[in-house]
Design a protein around this ligand. Structure first.
Ligand code: BEZ
Length: 391
């Protein structure tokens, strides 16, 4: 038992300690919780992993902290299933109390996420899904995209196909928002120059039974085909197209997802395919070279468009957080900073449109060996079809 004198001494020491503690000493900032809602299973699993890798790479380059706040990632596998998306994003927001949500790949999933983000006011950065509505009819001060609107690569591919003299085309896609909107962008560019769409073929996502549709393509005798598939589905489509003997007679084009992150598995069946996308191999800029080197060193893999979009989602979060000194409740200041930012992306710098979608160059790429080599620019500084939105 301490006697009165000892107690008095201890009390004096404590008081002295509190007087001599520096006045500026503060508790360390709480961790910033980022909910990563991505597909880790199914046909888009590789896309989800690449986005996470890219996101982590930028955070690691910043010492694990953005605007002084340590980043904690909380992951959910959304399975590219729109029916589960509302529950999944609500779990992140309400159960895990995340400060920011980053996701997803599939347009249907992203639309459900955008609805919840709009209602709850939670910051959302979309690192792939191109649903036009996310930065169109559903746009909001707290919703941003680091990737593209579906219309953009569709339109750019259409322009490239016109330039290469194609007149009669068949389109083929999975039947959901991404496919419909990419075909829509393609048709807009292609038809306004007098191009004719002979047939619009589709199958439900994520089916890969292409045989009957390939027979229809052969019977239609188009002078080219426009396709949207991605991930595992794109690998199978390109291989089946070649196996059906079509590669020799009918040139295959697509939005760049058809051959991005897939070339190892597609092998020679992808050789020569032309696509348009906001990223390419062989850009050979100091910024892209540095990104590629860092990614290859960290993951022993080459980055693809998905990795780059994940990296830029983290860069965008960093810009917004720096402007509000890590305080995500300051939503208007966060948005204002991003709206005037130039993002120093490996794809080339880009700005955001008034509805928070990248305004960017779309490269024309050709598959050569294991590369989607840039052979020029298909559409320069292309914005999104959104009309802007009142913030
Ligand atoms: C989409 O659903 O928006 C999408 C999925 C994969 C690649 C590109 C777009």
């Amino acid at each position: 038992m301490k006697n009165r004198r000892q107690l008095l001494f201890t009390g004096l020491m404590l008081a002295a300690a509190s007087i001599t503690a520096p006045a500026h000493a503060q508790a360390p900032a709480a961790k910033l919780k980022v909910g990563l809602m991505l597909p880790y299973t199914g046909t888009f699993a590789a896309l989800g992993n690449a986005i996470e890798n890219g996101f982590r790479l930028h955070v690691t380059e910043q010492g694990g902290k953005l605007a002084g706040r340590e980043i904690e990632l909380i992951k959910v596998d959304d399975e590219s299933d729109p029916a589960k998306a509302t529950d999944n994003v609500n779990k992140l927001i309400k159960r895990d109390n995340v400060d920011v949500v980053v996701g997803s790949v599939h347009s249907g999933v992203a639309m459900a996420m955008a609805r919840v983000a709009k209602q709850s006011g939670t910051l959302l950065i979309v690192p792939n899904a191109g649903a036009d509505a996310v930065t169109g009819a559903m746009c909001a001060p707290n919703i941003f995209r680091s990737s593209f609107a579906n219309w953009q690569p569709g339109y750019a591919t259409g322009e490239a196909m016109v330039q290469r003299g194609h007149k009669k085309v068949v389109t083929i896609t999975w039947k959901y928002a991404a496919g419909d909107e990419m075909v829509g962008g393609f048709k807009e560019a292609f038809q306004k120059s007098g191009g004719q769409v002979l047939k619009e073929l589709s199958l439900p996502f994520p089916n890969v039974e292409f045989q009957a549709l390939l027979t229809e393509i052969a019977a239609s005798k188009p002078d080219a085909v426009f396709a949207f598939f991605a991930g595992g589905g794109a690998v199978k489509f390109v291989k089946d197209y070649a196996a059906a003997g079509l590669k020799k007679s009918i040139p295959l084009y697509g939005t760049g997802f058809l051959t991005d992150g897939t070339l190892e598995a597609q092998g020679a069946d992808a050789d020569g395919i032309l696509t348009a996308l906001h990223y390419a191999d062989g850009l050979n800029t100091p910024r892209d070279n540095a990104f590629r080197l860092a990614y290859a060193k960290t993951y022993k893999l080459q980055p693809d468009v998905y990795a780059m979009q994940g990296y830029d989602a983290a860069q965008m979060l960093a810009v917004g957080l720096a402007a509000v000194k890590g305080d995500v409740t300051k939503k208007a200041e966060f948005a204002a900073a991003l709206r005037k930012a130039r993002i120093d992306s490996p794809r080339g710098t880009f700005t955001l449109s008034p509805s928070h979608n990248p305004v960017q160059n779309l490269y024309l790429r050709q598959v050569v060996g294991k590369e989607n080599r840039s052979i020029g620019i298909a559409s320069k500084a292309l914005g999104d079809p959104g009309k802007g939105c009142s913030m």
